[in-house]
Design a binder for this molecule. Structure first.
Ligand SMILES: *[C@@H]1O[C@H](CO)[C@@H](O)[C@H](O)[C@H]1NC(C)=O
Ligand SMILES: *[C@@H]1O[C@H](CO)[C@@H](O)[C@H](O)[C@H]1NC(C)=O
Ligand SMILES: *[C@@H]1O[C@H](CO)[C@@H](O)[C@H](O)[C@H]1NC(C)=O
Length: 271
């Protein structure tokens, strides 16, 4: 091999080597950037809350002019959402279209209906996806609308509080209230001890049970890592954003009502 060819090869080798280093360096920067962006925005969460709502009380939390609507086949808890906790904003970067959920439409309509006349169920799902689902989508198994909504339906089945409550003798009634520890006693075996039972106060100052939040880790085991156990969840508290209610933990010393669900008369289930 001639001397000049040899030095050309050495030179080429050095160039390739430096390219590789630069690429490696760029990858490193890219990873670091993604990490920082991810931490600050939508991928840093450690805890999810799966939230179920009781349509009977949900409708009483609304001003009548907002026109609650309970589809005629709805007679039990429905899904409100699956919310990653303590994130400041999801990116508004992943739209949802009806065709994304075609195969789930029927089941979602039954388990996750909109309860507002002004909003179709699809509009409700779209809001939940954009507001919460997109943040959840950085985890394997949740990383598409199909995955996210399918998981929600599975969770609804797995944590079937409808069944647990009726087996525990907790049935809707306008006259017979429950105590918080009764309700917790029925739900704890299914949901773990960290579930949250939320109430609203009606205009007669009665406490109405309207929501249950079930905390779970990223890997979907019940409960959250200890430092994420607190109840502050600024993005989630108002759910889909347009609802004017605010719930609070049901009080331990006050009677709690599980009002009936009356699709004919959603704002006055107790007459
Ligand atoms: C982002 O999170 C990762 C993993 O939790 C951590 O190693 C990294 O230091 C965080 N970066 C910033 C900028 O907080
Ligand atoms: C929950 O349980 C009830 C009563 O057993 C049943 O009718 C219903 O289909 C179940 N819901 C889901 C989502 O599995
Ligand atoms: C799931 O995550 C939690 C909290 O990060 C952890 O304590 C637990 O061991 C994990 N469970 C499994 C089965 O990976």
């Amino acid at each position: 091999m001639s001397g000049s060819l040899l030095s050309l090869l050495v030179l080429l080798g050095a160039v390739v080597h430096s390219w590789q280093q630069r690429d490696h360096h760029n990858d490193y920067n890219y990873v670091r950037l993604a990490d920082e962006v991810g931490n600050k925005t939508f991928c840093s969460w450690k805890c999810l809350k799966f939230t179920l709502q009781w349509p009977g009380a949900f409708c009483l939390s609304l001003d009548e002019r907002l026109q609650c609507q309970i589809p005629p086949d709805i007679n039990t808890w429905t899904i409100h959402g699956l919310w990653p906790q303590k994130i400041m904003n999801c990116c508004r970067c992943w739209n949802l279209f009806p065709s994304d959920l075609q195969d789930l439409d029927e089941e979602l309509s039954k388990e996750w209906p909109s309860l507002l006349k002004s909003k179709s169920s699809f509009q409700f799902w779209r809001l939940e996806w954009i507001k919460h689902g997109v943040c959840a989508a950085c985890v394997e198994g949740l990383n598409s609308p199909m995955h996210y909504f399918t998981l929600c339906l599975k969770l609804r089945q797995q944590y079937n509080i409808t069944q647990a409550l009726s087996e525990g003798g907790v049935v809707p009634s306008c006259d017979h209230p429950y105590k918080l520890d009764e309700l917790q006693g029925v739900l704890t075996p299914l949901l773990g001890e960290h579930h949250e039972i939320q109430c609203i106060t009606d205009h007669q100052d009665r406490e109405l049970w309207f929501q249950v939040k079930i905390p779970m880790s990223r890997n979907l085991t019940l409960g959250c890592p200890a430092d994420h156990q607190d109840h502050r969840d600024p993005t989630a508290e108002h759910g889909p954003g347009q609802y004017p209610f605010t719930g609070h933990p049901c009080p331990s010393q006050t009677p709690i009502y599980l009002v009936p669900i009356d699709p004919q008369n959603p704002h006055h289930p107790c007459g």
